[in-house]
Design a protein around this ligand. Structure first.
Ligand SMILES: [Zn+2]
Ligand SMILES: [Zn+2]
Length: 255
């Protein structure tokens, strides 16, 4: 199985990053994708450097929280990075109307622009969306995201968003939230998403799944998420884990 989305480039892992990766491998996690954010000092370079050192896949994109920091220089950097061999996706990009850390108009524009950029460089998308189901779906449709494909990461949307995403050829990735109380809608989607469109992720260091809630999350815990999703689907842990690994390879294979 593969953790399709984590942030082990973050300082929370500076003390024990190698041990965290080793624990994941021991737990049966073959690989993990580092979703690279924009660092105030050196853009996306930090995440790429760490991924390179660990031999892991990495993405680069302007997170909706950071949309207000977008500059022409960062777009240029993204275009250049897309040619590097470790970079497998543009993301995470999208809309977050829960926190609204960047003005919504800015979030929309930065999201649209990066979907176009992904089409230009031929990479799939990692989409972050919270409390913005409808607008996320329409922007993906309007900007031609069907051409790039991608994943709705850390899915917290409704069944309508899931339908739109699947129609665009997208994958749906479940995090520890699928096991939280009051996640009935997410659980309903986890039960019905086709096996060949399902991904798993920890979003470490955030969102530790039960029984680790409240602790720092780490990629080894993706096994708990696989267990939860398998239970919902009436499937085995092994089958769900293997499907998530195959799907990951299919989606993020360099074109
Ligand atoms: Zn996210
Ligand atoms: Zn993330």
């Amino acid at each position: 199985m593969i953790d399709s989305h984590c942030h082990i480039d973050m300082p929370a892992f500076d003390q024990d990053r190698d041990a965290v990766v080793a624990r994941a491998r021991e737990a049966g996690v073959a690989s993990m994708l580092i979703a690279g954010g924009v660092d105030a000092e050196d853009g996306h370079r930090r995440a790429v450097r760490i991924a390179e050192a660990l031999g892991l896949p990495v993405s680069a994109g302007i997170h909706p929280h950071e949309a207000k920091l977008a500059t022409e220089a960062i777009y240029e950097e993204l275009k250049g990075l897309a040619r590097e061999r470790r970079i497998v996706a543009v993301g995470e990009i999208g809309l977050d109307f829960h926190y609204d850390y960047s003005p919504r108009a800015v979030q929309r524009e930065v999201f649209r622009r990066q979907v176009r950029l992904a089409r230009e460089v031929g990479l799939p998308l990692i989409v972050h969306t919270r409390e913005a189901d409808e607008e996320t779906a329409s922007i993906l449709e309007e900007e031609g995201a069907k051409e790039t494909g991608g994943v709705i990461h850390c899915f917290t949307g409704g069944e309508e968003l899931a339908r739109h995403a699947l129609a665009l050829g997208f994958y749906i990735s479940f995090s520890g939230i699928v096991g939280f109380p009051r996640s009935e809608t997410i659980q309903a989607v986890a039960r019905t998403v086709p096996e060949d469109r399902l991904l798993l992720e920890t979003d470490s260091p955030f969102l530790a799944p039960p029984p680790h809630r409240g602790k720092r999350n780490e990629p080894a815990f993706v096994v708990e998420i696989a267990r939860k999703v398998a239970g919902l689907r009436g499937d085995t842990l092994e089958a769900v884990g293997a499907a998530s690994g195959r799907n990951f390879e299919r989606l993020f294979r360099r074109r």
